[in-house]
Write a protein that binds this ligand. Sequence first.
Ligand code: NAD
Length: 469
Amino acid sequence: MKYVAFKNHIYMIGFGSIGAGTLPLILRHIDVKPEQITIITADDRGHDVAKEHKVKFIVEALTSDNYREVLGSRLQPGDFVVNVSVDVASTAIIELCQEKAALYIDTVIEPWAGHYTDPTLSATERSNYGMRETALALQPKYAGGHTAVLCHGANPGIVNHFVKKALLDMARDTGVKFTVPKSQEDWGKLSKQLGIKVVHIAERDTQVCNKPKEVGEFINTWSIDGFYSEGRQPAELGWGTHEKQLPDDGVKHPYGCDASIYLNRPGCTTRVRSWTPLEGPYHGFLITHNESISIADYLTLRDKGKVRYRPTCHYAYHPCDGAVLSVHELNGKNGALQANKRLLGPEDITKGMDELGVLLMGNKKGVYWYGSRLTIDQARQLAPYNTATSLQVTVAVLSGMIWAIENPKRGLVEPEQMDYERVLEIAVPYLGDVVGVWGEWSPLQDRGTLFPEDIDTSDPWQFKNIRVV
Ligand code: NAD
């Protein structure tokens, strides 16, 4: 079905796994003609897909020097910029869109090329906290301006909405008396009332391909450059009020909302214990993500400016097994990216699923996971050019675009400021089985039996217990 009509031009920046996967969804669900769409990208990848769908394809990498000429000279009032590239700064394109009266969406707050691994920048400057603060600083300037949706992929994006759904489910299942939250403070109150101390974005990707990873090769089910960049950023986590002790390598940022900390080490060398209903317990990478900060910030309760409540929040990512081997090899080379990269497409993957959801911990009844279980077979049936991983992202781009077209004057918004029910209504048909499951897991399970471990048995939900050392 067509959810909405769009009369102006759509410029898609980048046409990798997410861009190519999003295009057919846009044409399927937004009333727009192929001649209203132009792709601007850095390489020829996906040219055949663009040709098949009769959309214009321009190969020209955007840089801080040329973006005003290449993109700005084309943009007209009412157009839509969909930034699904790597290496194109979100804030620069957002400001351009505000000047030109255009709508905007991205899936991460992306900096210009080189920022993530620039040794002259401090860890806080390279962090998602820093990039989020820079983007949020634009909010007052463009309040009530043209809608610019920040970070609306799967995670960040869909999972931010899952948190609200999970909180409501938990309240229903535990018989807690509550009124449906209407404000940020209401959501924080409900989270506190339910005793939530920790929120994980708990993801287990079990997709496998028929050709195993070669030595000297990085394989993954979505952008290798994107995963490499975020994996080499400092590990970051929203920092909860129940935490007793800052980790030895934990650092607070000296400015901004103060909702999160970073660890003075890359996320791809930092592992945490987590749980998904199908996988059970697993070790995931604590890769920095925008939602670790925005969810923690959103659920923060303050009393006369003093923080009273906040859950710890972070990503616990078990990528496909081939990517785990790739990360292991990369870490052994001190972070030097392999010369060969192989992005797995739907044609390469033989089986498996992406089990992606949010795990809310601290309630007396147990832990609650709410999320999407999407197999590669389901993904292939639902949409072309998509793996299970990319479809969870591309349908979020679609639903975010539809929401922005329906709400064109909202200025800069994070997923938390959007209508989660509308977004999920559009996304859920593409997410496979969307389920909420209670579990009895805790990070203390089976711990300290054979070897001594420094664990805090008085509170399972301390980060100290969750971190793998
Ligand atoms: P990809 O590596 O497959 O493709 C990246 C695309 O960006 C390529 O088409 C490349 O040509 C283009 N590009 C690179 N430099 C450019 C430049 N200077 N100007 C214009 N285009 C340029 O990546 P992907 O998997 O499609 O991911 C795209 C983005 O989406 C990344 O930023 C990634 O981190 C993000 N992402 C977000 C989520 C989420 O859930 N929020 C999930 C997956 C990917």
